[in-house]
Design a protein around this ligand. Structure first.
Ligand code: ZN
Ligand code: ZN
Length: 363
Protein backbone atom coordinates (compact mmCIF):
# COMPACT_ATOMS: atom_id res chain seq x y z
CA UNK A 1 0.00 0.00 0.00
CA UNK A 2 0.94 3.67 -0.13
CA UNK A 3 1.50 5.83 2.96
CA UNK A 4 3.05 9.10 4.08
CA UNK A 5 6.26 8.09 5.83
CA UNK A 6 8.35 10.21 8.21
CA UNK A 7 12.06 9.77 7.50
CA UNK A 8 13.53 12.04 10.21
CA UNK A 9 13.41 15.81 10.72
CA UNK A 10 12.38 17.67 7.55
CA UNK A 11 11.93 14.47 5.55
CA UNK A 12 8.70 12.84 4.40
CA UNK A 13 7.67 10.87 1.32
CA UNK A 14 4.72 8.98 -0.18
CA UNK A 15 6.08 5.46 -0.13
CA UNK A 16 5.09 1.89 -0.88
CA UNK A 17 5.06 0.01 2.43
CA UNK A 18 3.79 -3.38 3.62
CA UNK A 19 0.03 -3.69 4.14
CA UNK A 20 -0.83 -3.72 7.85
CA UNK A 21 -2.09 -6.96 9.38
CA UNK A 22 -3.73 -8.05 12.62
CA UNK A 23 -1.02 -8.29 15.31
CA UNK A 24 -3.12 -8.58 18.50
CA UNK A 25 -6.58 -10.13 18.44
CA UNK A 26 -8.00 -6.82 19.73
CA UNK A 27 -6.89 -5.13 16.45
CA UNK A 28 -8.83 -4.33 13.32
CA UNK A 29 -7.51 -3.30 9.91
CA UNK A 30 -9.24 -0.39 8.24
CA UNK A 31 -9.16 0.88 4.67
CA UNK A 32 -8.78 4.63 5.04
CA UNK A 33 -11.48 6.58 3.18
CA UNK A 34 -10.71 10.05 4.46
CA UNK A 35 -7.76 11.41 6.43
CA UNK A 36 -6.28 14.77 7.33
CA UNK A 37 -3.11 16.52 8.50
CA UNK A 38 -2.62 18.08 11.95
CA UNK A 39 -0.30 20.69 13.42
CA UNK A 40 1.32 17.89 15.45
CA UNK A 41 2.40 16.19 12.20
CA UNK A 42 4.32 19.39 11.42
CA UNK A 43 5.85 19.32 14.93
CA UNK A 44 7.08 15.78 14.26
CA UNK A 45 8.56 16.91 10.93
CA UNK A 46 10.33 19.79 12.68
CA UNK A 47 12.00 17.23 14.95
CA UNK A 48 10.10 18.41 18.08
CA UNK A 49 8.84 14.88 18.83
CA UNK A 50 11.97 12.72 19.20
CA UNK A 51 10.06 9.59 20.25
CA UNK A 52 8.59 9.28 16.73
CA UNK A 53 10.95 6.95 14.88
CA UNK A 54 12.05 7.41 11.29
CA UNK A 55 9.98 5.04 9.16
CA UNK A 56 6.70 5.79 10.99
CA UNK A 57 3.56 6.43 8.90
CA UNK A 58 2.13 9.77 10.05
CA UNK A 59 -1.47 10.80 10.74
CA UNK A 60 -3.92 10.30 13.62
CA UNK A 61 -7.32 11.37 12.28
CA UNK A 62 -9.36 9.34 9.78
CA UNK A 63 -12.59 7.71 8.74
CA UNK A 64 -12.31 4.24 7.26
CA UNK A 65 -14.03 0.97 6.51
CA UNK A 66 -13.25 -2.16 8.52
CA UNK A 67 -11.67 -4.82 6.28
CA UNK A 68 -10.37 -7.30 8.86
CA UNK A 69 -11.05 -7.96 12.55
CA UNK A 70 -9.14 -9.73 15.28
CA UNK A 71 -10.83 -12.72 16.92
CA UNK A 72 -11.64 -10.90 20.16
CA UNK A 73 -13.18 -7.81 18.59
CA UNK A 74 -16.92 -7.69 19.25
CA UNK A 75 -18.18 -4.19 18.56
CA UNK A 76 -17.55 -3.82 14.82
CA UNK A 77 -17.78 -6.09 11.78
CA UNK A 78 -16.16 -6.06 8.37
CA UNK A 79 -17.77 -3.36 6.27
CA UNK A 80 -18.53 -0.97 9.16
CA UNK A 81 -17.53 2.65 8.60
CA UNK A 82 -15.67 3.94 11.65
CA UNK A 83 -14.14 7.15 12.96
CA UNK A 84 -10.58 6.64 14.19
CA UNK A 85 -9.70 8.95 17.05
CA UNK A 86 -6.29 10.48 17.73
CA UNK A 87 -6.43 8.73 21.13
CA UNK A 88 -6.57 4.95 21.61
CA UNK A 89 -7.78 3.31 24.81
CA UNK A 90 -6.73 -0.03 26.28
CA UNK A 91 -9.98 0.02 28.29
CA UNK A 92 -8.34 -1.65 31.28
CA UNK A 93 -5.92 0.73 33.00
CA UNK A 94 -6.84 3.11 35.84
CA UNK A 95 -7.02 6.12 33.52
CA UNK A 96 -9.12 4.42 30.84
CA UNK A 97 -11.55 3.37 33.58
CA UNK A 98 -11.95 7.08 34.40
CA UNK A 99 -12.38 7.95 30.68
CA UNK A 100 -8.98 9.69 30.76
CA UNK A 101 -7.90 7.84 27.64
CA UNK A 102 -5.21 10.41 26.81
CA UNK A 103 -3.29 9.18 29.88
CA UNK A 104 -3.68 5.45 29.04
CA UNK A 105 -1.03 3.27 30.70
CA UNK A 106 -1.88 0.12 28.75
CA UNK A 107 -0.38 0.97 25.39
CA UNK A 108 -3.03 3.47 24.22
CA UNK A 109 -3.08 7.28 24.35
CA UNK A 110 -1.70 9.20 21.37
CA UNK A 111 -0.08 6.33 19.46
CA UNK A 112 -1.21 6.72 15.79
CA UNK A 113 1.44 8.43 13.70
CA UNK A 114 3.49 8.93 16.86
CA UNK A 115 4.49 5.59 18.37
CA UNK A 116 2.91 3.27 15.77
CA UNK A 117 2.05 3.64 12.09
CA UNK A 118 -0.67 6.20 11.52
CA UNK A 119 -3.60 7.03 9.28
CA UNK A 120 -2.27 8.98 6.27
CA UNK A 121 -2.21 5.68 4.43
CA UNK A 122 -4.40 3.43 2.33
CA UNK A 123 -4.76 0.97 5.21
CA UNK A 124 -4.14 1.10 8.94
CA UNK A 125 -3.89 -1.32 11.84
CA UNK A 126 -6.09 -0.09 14.69
CA UNK A 127 -5.28 -1.48 18.15
CA UNK A 128 -7.85 -1.78 20.99
CA UNK A 129 -10.65 -1.44 18.45
CA UNK A 130 -13.52 -2.18 20.84
CA UNK A 131 -12.54 0.77 23.05
CA UNK A 132 -11.16 3.15 20.46
CA UNK A 133 -13.31 3.39 17.31
CA UNK A 134 -16.72 4.95 16.75
CA UNK A 135 -19.28 3.73 14.21
CA UNK A 136 -20.30 6.58 11.92
CA UNK A 137 -24.09 7.08 11.62
CA UNK A 138 -25.13 6.18 8.09
CA UNK A 139 -26.58 9.59 7.22
CA UNK A 140 -23.34 11.43 8.01
CA UNK A 141 -20.56 12.01 5.49
CA UNK A 142 -16.89 11.38 6.28
CA UNK A 143 -16.22 15.10 6.17
CA UNK A 144 -18.93 15.79 8.76
CA UNK A 145 -17.21 13.57 11.33
CA UNK A 146 -13.50 13.64 10.38
CA UNK A 147 -12.61 16.57 12.62
CA UNK A 148 -14.16 14.83 15.62
CA UNK A 149 -10.98 12.73 15.60
CA UNK A 150 -8.94 15.54 17.17
CA UNK A 151 -9.50 19.31 16.95
CA UNK A 152 -13.14 19.41 18.04
CA UNK A 153 -12.81 17.23 21.15
CA UNK A 154 -9.48 18.92 21.93
CA UNK A 155 -11.00 22.40 21.93
CA UNK A 156 -14.16 21.19 23.66
CA UNK A 157 -12.65 19.03 26.41
CA UNK A 158 -9.39 20.84 27.13
CA UNK A 159 -10.77 24.34 26.48
CA UNK A 160 -14.52 24.68 26.96
CA UNK A 161 -15.13 21.94 29.56
CA UNK A 162 -11.91 22.50 31.54
CA UNK A 163 -12.62 26.24 31.40
CA UNK A 164 -16.16 25.53 32.74
CA UNK A 165 -17.76 27.88 30.23
CA UNK A 166 -21.26 28.70 31.50
CA UNK A 167 -24.29 30.57 30.11
CA UNK A 168 -23.65 34.31 30.05
CA UNK A 169 -19.88 34.03 30.48
CA UNK A 170 -17.38 36.27 28.77
CA UNK A 171 -14.95 33.87 27.08
CA UNK A 172 -11.63 35.18 25.76
CA UNK A 173 -10.00 32.87 23.22
CA UNK A 174 -6.33 33.56 22.62
CA UNK A 175 -5.42 32.31 19.15
CA UNK A 176 -7.81 31.88 16.21
CA UNK A 177 -6.15 29.00 14.35
CA UNK A 178 -8.04 25.71 13.83
CA UNK A 179 -8.13 24.81 17.53
CA UNK A 180 -9.08 28.35 18.63
CA UNK A 181 -11.87 28.32 16.04
CA UNK A 182 -13.01 24.91 17.30
CA UNK A 183 -13.13 26.43 20.79
CA UNK A 184 -15.27 29.30 19.44
CA UNK A 185 -17.62 26.77 17.84
CA UNK A 186 -17.99 24.49 20.87
CA UNK A 187 -18.11 27.31 23.46
CA UNK A 188 -21.39 28.34 21.83
CA UNK A 189 -22.95 25.07 23.04
CA UNK A 190 -23.01 26.81 26.45
CA UNK A 191 -24.49 30.13 25.30
CA UNK A 192 -21.76 32.45 26.54
CA UNK A 193 -22.64 36.15 26.73
CA UNK A 194 -19.60 37.19 24.70
CA UNK A 195 -16.80 35.41 22.89
CA UNK A 196 -13.74 37.61 22.36
CA UNK A 197 -11.17 36.29 19.87
CA UNK A 198 -7.58 37.55 20.12
CA UNK A 199 -4.98 36.99 17.40
CA UNK A 200 -2.22 38.78 15.47
CA UNK A 201 -3.70 38.14 12.00
CA UNK A 202 -6.74 40.03 10.73
CA UNK A 203 -7.59 37.15 8.36
CA UNK A 204 -7.88 34.75 11.30
CA UNK A 205 -9.92 37.29 13.28
CA UNK A 206 -12.34 37.64 10.39
CA UNK A 207 -12.78 33.87 10.42
CA UNK A 208 -13.34 33.99 14.18
CA UNK A 209 -16.30 36.31 13.55
CA UNK A 210 -17.60 33.91 10.90
CA UNK A 211 -17.37 31.07 13.44
CA UNK A 212 -19.40 33.02 16.02
CA UNK A 213 -17.05 35.31 17.98
CA UNK A 214 -18.72 38.55 19.06
CA UNK A 215 -15.62 40.79 19.25
CA UNK A 216 -12.06 40.56 18.05
CA UNK A 217 -8.81 42.09 19.24
CA UNK A 218 -5.65 42.26 17.12
CA UNK A 219 -3.07 42.18 19.89
CA UNK A 220 -0.34 43.24 17.47
CA UNK A 221 -2.00 46.65 17.25
CA UNK A 222 -4.24 46.82 20.30
CA UNK A 223 -3.75 46.39 24.04
CA UNK A 224 -5.66 43.14 24.60
CA UNK A 225 -5.94 43.54 28.39
CA UNK A 226 -7.29 47.10 28.14
CA UNK A 227 -9.79 46.00 25.47
CA UNK A 228 -11.02 43.00 27.47
CA UNK A 229 -11.43 45.19 30.58
CA UNK A 230 -13.41 47.69 28.54
CA UNK A 231 -15.65 44.93 27.17
CA UNK A 232 -16.29 43.55 30.68
CA UNK A 233 -16.90 46.70 32.74
CA UNK A 234 -13.41 46.44 34.18
CA UNK A 235 -13.85 42.88 35.46
CA UNK A 236 -11.95 40.67 33.04
CA UNK A 237 -13.06 37.48 31.31
CA UNK A 238 -14.79 34.62 33.13
CA UNK A 239 -12.76 32.12 31.14
CA UNK A 240 -9.67 32.51 28.97
CA UNK A 241 -8.80 29.66 26.61
CA UNK A 242 -5.20 29.57 25.37
CA UNK A 243 -5.01 28.03 21.88
CA UNK A 244 -1.54 28.98 20.65
CA UNK A 245 1.15 27.36 22.81
CA UNK A 246 3.61 30.21 23.33
CA UNK A 247 4.81 31.68 26.67
CA UNK A 248 3.44 35.13 25.73
CA UNK A 249 -0.05 33.87 24.90
CA UNK A 250 -0.28 31.79 28.09
CA UNK A 251 0.84 34.79 30.15
CA UNK A 252 -1.72 36.97 28.34
CA UNK A 253 -4.52 34.49 29.08
CA UNK A 254 -3.61 34.66 32.79
CA UNK A 255 -3.89 38.47 32.71
CA UNK A 256 -7.29 38.54 31.06
CA UNK A 257 -9.35 36.70 33.68
CA UNK A 258 -11.41 38.20 36.46
CA UNK A 259 -10.94 37.10 40.08
CA UNK A 260 -12.40 33.60 40.32
CA UNK A 261 -11.92 33.10 36.58
CA UNK A 262 -10.54 30.08 34.74
CA UNK A 263 -7.58 29.79 32.39
CA UNK A 264 -7.73 26.64 30.28
CA UNK A 265 -4.55 25.91 28.39
CA UNK A 266 -5.09 24.03 25.11
CA UNK A 267 -1.86 25.07 23.32
CA UNK A 268 1.06 22.67 22.88
CA UNK A 269 4.03 24.27 24.66
CA UNK A 270 7.69 23.70 23.93
CA UNK A 271 9.15 26.34 26.28
CA UNK A 272 8.61 27.38 29.89
CA UNK A 273 6.20 30.23 30.54
CA UNK A 274 6.19 32.58 33.52
CA UNK A 275 3.43 32.09 36.08
CA UNK A 276 2.88 35.47 37.78
CA UNK A 277 1.86 34.10 41.16
CA UNK A 278 2.74 37.46 42.70
CA UNK A 279 -0.27 38.87 40.88
CA UNK A 280 -2.49 35.78 40.85
CA UNK A 281 -2.24 34.41 44.39
CA UNK A 282 -5.09 36.53 45.80
CA UNK A 283 -7.38 36.19 42.78
CA UNK A 284 -9.01 32.74 43.26
CA UNK A 285 -8.10 31.65 39.76
CA UNK A 286 -8.08 28.15 38.31
CA UNK A 287 -5.54 27.15 35.68
CA UNK A 288 -6.01 23.84 33.87
CA UNK A 289 -3.89 21.86 31.43
CA UNK A 290 -4.76 18.74 29.53
CA UNK A 291 -4.29 16.32 26.69
CA UNK A 292 -7.49 15.41 24.89
CA UNK A 293 -9.18 12.15 25.95
CA UNK A 294 -11.70 12.14 23.05
CA UNK A 295 -14.24 10.92 25.62
CA UNK A 296 -16.76 13.42 24.20
CA UNK A 297 -16.76 11.98 20.66
CA UNK A 298 -20.14 10.21 21.18
CA UNK A 299 -21.68 13.48 22.39
CA UNK A 300 -20.17 15.46 19.50
CA UNK A 301 -21.37 12.82 17.00
CA UNK A 302 -24.92 13.28 18.27
CA UNK A 303 -24.66 17.05 17.93
CA UNK A 304 -23.48 16.67 14.34
CA UNK A 305 -26.23 14.13 13.55
CA UNK A 306 -28.85 16.49 15.01
CA UNK A 307 -27.56 19.43 12.99
CA UNK A 308 -26.38 21.37 16.05
CA UNK A 309 -22.71 21.36 15.07
CA UNK A 310 -21.22 21.60 11.58
CA UNK A 311 -17.54 20.67 11.48
CA UNK A 312 -17.36 20.84 7.66
CA UNK A 313 -16.53 24.55 7.98
CA UNK A 314 -12.94 23.51 8.78
CA UNK A 315 -12.45 21.76 5.42
CA UNK A 316 -10.79 24.45 3.32
CA UNK A 317 -8.79 22.25 0.90
CA UNK A 318 -9.43 18.85 -0.69
CA UNK A 319 -6.89 16.41 -2.11
CA UNK A 320 -6.78 12.80 -3.21
CA UNK A 321 -5.00 10.63 -0.66
CA UNK A 322 -2.36 10.06 -3.37
CA UNK A 323 -1.61 13.79 -3.26
CA UNK A 324 -0.83 13.88 0.47
CA UNK A 325 2.63 15.32 -0.27
CA UNK A 326 1.09 18.36 -1.99
CA UNK A 327 -1.50 18.65 0.79
CA UNK A 328 1.35 18.95 3.34
CA UNK A 329 2.83 21.85 1.36
CA UNK A 330 -0.50 23.69 1.41
CA UNK A 331 -1.23 22.93 5.09
CA UNK A 332 2.27 23.90 6.26
CA UNK A 333 1.98 27.25 4.45
CA UNK A 334 -1.34 28.23 6.08
CA UNK A 335 -0.26 31.87 6.42
CA UNK A 336 -0.39 32.14 2.62
CA UNK A 337 -2.88 29.43 1.67
CA UNK A 338 -5.36 30.20 4.50
CA UNK A 339 -5.72 26.46 5.07
CA UNK A 340 -7.57 25.34 8.20
CA UNK A 341 -7.82 21.59 7.57
CA UNK A 342 -7.17 19.61 4.42
CA UNK A 343 -9.35 16.63 3.49
CA UNK A 344 -7.50 13.66 1.95
CA UNK A 345 -9.87 11.30 0.16
CA UNK A 346 -9.06 7.73 -0.76
CA UNK A 347 -10.62 6.00 -3.74
CA UNK A 348 -14.43 5.80 -3.54
CA UNK A 349 -15.92 2.63 -2.03
CA UNK A 350 -18.70 2.55 -4.61
CA UNK A 351 -16.45 2.56 -7.65
CA UNK A 352 -13.54 0.66 -6.16
CA UNK A 353 -14.66 -2.52 -4.45
CA UNK A 354 -11.93 -3.59 -2.13
CA UNK A 355 -10.91 -7.22 -2.71
CA UNK A 356 -10.50 -7.63 1.03
CA UNK A 357 -14.12 -6.54 1.58
CA UNK A 358 -15.27 -9.31 -0.74
CA UNK A 359 -13.26 -11.92 1.17
CA UNK A 360 -14.94 -13.81 4.05
CA UNK A 361 -14.58 -12.13 7.45
CA UNK A 362 -11.85 -13.42 9.75
CA UNK A 363 -13.56 -15.53 12.38
ZN1 ZN B 1 -3.98 16.18 15.60
ZN1 ZN C 1 -5.65 2.45 29.20
Amino acid sequence: MKALVYHGPGQRSWDSVDDPTIVDQTDIVVRVETSTICGSDLHILKGDVPETAAGTVLGHEAVGVVVEIGSSVGSVVVGDRVLLSCISSCGRCRYCKQARYGQCLGGGGWIFGHLIDGLQAEYARVPFADNSVFKVPEQLSDEQVLFLADILPTAYEVGVLNGRVAPGDVVAIVGAGPVGLAAILTAQLYTPGKIIAIDLADSRLQRALDFGAHSTINNGREDALAQVLELTDGNGADAALEAVGLPATFELACELIRPGGRVANIGVHGHSATLHLERLWTRDVTITTGLVDTSTIPQLLKLVADGRLDPTVFATHHFALDDTMAAYDVFADADHTDALKVVLSGSDVAVHVDPRLAAPAVA
